[in-house]
Design a binder for this molecule. Structure first.
Ligand SMILES: Cc1ncc(COP(=O)(O)O)c(C=O)c1O
Length: 373
């Protein structure tokens, strides 16, 4: 029987409770240090995160949206430049492009992985997006985009590649961590992410020290030397408290991702045989299940039925970017987005986080089974 306690769709508070002594020791250390912005914690986190990703450099920034924007700006993307990405993503991916005054061009996803369809990318580059300067593939739900093909196409068309890794910390593609394959990569540490801070946070990864240097200038007023701006910049810093918390969480990331994968396997087994589409993992990919997303034509009714039983779910994302009120008039020239639109009508993400226990998973599967009886 379903436990009446609500099962949350995501639960960053549970992660705090599990890691309380370590997190509180880290917070205490920062509070007592008297140094709260760009200090030792930032430096150490940037180093540890770069080692984890196997990249030359990472630079902490204020959030994932800034990470996408600053990565593009560091690579020289300017006002009026075209940047290709997907419509099936967080609005942040597109708003970051727009903030530079660049022009987002949206392409469709592959229905199996919900990530950028390389065929759609190639055909956009042969048509209306032939002058594009950059591409932002999004590793959505924890599943890597098809990087081999995207990198090959990008090379052919001389595109800057900025990976959006906000939902895929620790995922691998052909044994390489996402965030280590493009020219640059953007991470968000929003609290519900696989690597989540306790507030906002973000980082940019790159193997190019010159790009890292430029990001370091851009993220703090263009300063190399304090109070002297070499280039116009802004304030987008990861604060010391968040960096210290992220250092704790990073040591647990692989174990947490393993637990997410176990939960996904339990869902796969518990939901087998039902008229729903279960998530798949492409060859040579390691999916880290930021989301466990199913598809059904009865999505809204299923969501309501689960809600009635105290089970929270989410829809990422119910309205594709090109159909959002803020944007629907901007993308009339974009490529066909039929997979994006049909997924948006059918997708539902079930609760998934390391603290979700086996009994809760069983209850969720039973509730879904009963819905389809
Ligand atoms: C795919 C994607 N890109 C970018 C972002 C932006 O991150 P933030 O919320 O930290 O600005 C998010 C976070 O929601 C995201 O999911």
């Amino acid at each position: 029987m379903i436990n009446q306690a609500t099962i949350l769709p995501a639960n960053p508070g549970a992660s705090y409770l599990r890691l309380k002594p370590e997190i509180e020791a880290a917070v205490d250390r920062v509070l007592k240090s008297g140094w709260y912005i760009l200090g030792r914690e930032n430096e150490a986190f940037e180093h540890e995160f770069a080692e984890y990703l196997n990249v030359a450099k990472t630079v902490g920034v204020a959030n994932g949206t800034d990470a996408v924007e600053l990565a593009l700006r560091a690579a020289g993307i300017n006002h009026g430049d075209m940047v290709i990405t997907v419509s099936h993503t967080a609005v942040a991916t597109v708003s970051a492009i727009e903030r530079i005054g660049a022009l987002p061009f949206l392409v469709d996803i592959s229905p199996d992985t919900y990530t950028m369809n390389p065929i759609a990318l190639e055909s956009a580059l042969k048509g209306s997006a032939k002058n594009a300067r950059a591409v932002v593939p999004v590793h959505l739900y924890g599943h890597p985009a098809n990087m081999d093909e995207i990198l090959t196409i990008s090379k052919k068309h001389n595109l800057i590649v900025v990976e959006d890794c906000a939902q895929a910390h620790g995922a691998t593609y052909q044994n390489r961590r996402v965030g280590s394959m493009g020219h640059l990569a953007a991470f968000s540490f929003y609290p519900t992410k696989n690597l989540g801070a306790m507030g906002d946070g973000g980082a940019i990864a790159t193997n190019d020290p010159a790009l890292a240097d430029r990001i370091r200038l851009l993220h703090q007023y263009g300063w190399r030397q304090r109070y002297v701006s070499e280039i116009p910049g802004l304030n987008s810093r990861l604060d010391e408290l968040q960096a210290a918390i992220l250092r704790v969480k990073l040591t647990h990331l692989d174990t947490d991702n393993s637990r997410r994968k176990k939960i996904a396997t339990a869902y796969n087994q518990g939901l087998i045989g039902l008229p729903i589409h279960l998530p798949t993992t492409a060859d040579h990919c390691e999916h880290v299940f930021h989301q466990y997303t199913i598809e059904t034509n009865q999505r809204d009714a299923l969501q309501q039925s689960l809600r009635n039983q105290g089970i929270g779910t989410s829809i990422l994302y119910p309205v594709p970017i090109h159909l959002q009120p803020a944007y629907r008039d901007c993308f009339t020239g974009s490529s066909p987005l039929s997979c994006t639109e049909s997924s948006a009508r059918r997708i539902l993400s079930l609760p998934i986080y390391p603290e979700l226990d086996d009994e809760q998973i069983h209850s969720i599967c039973e509730a879904i089974r009963m819905f389809f009886v």
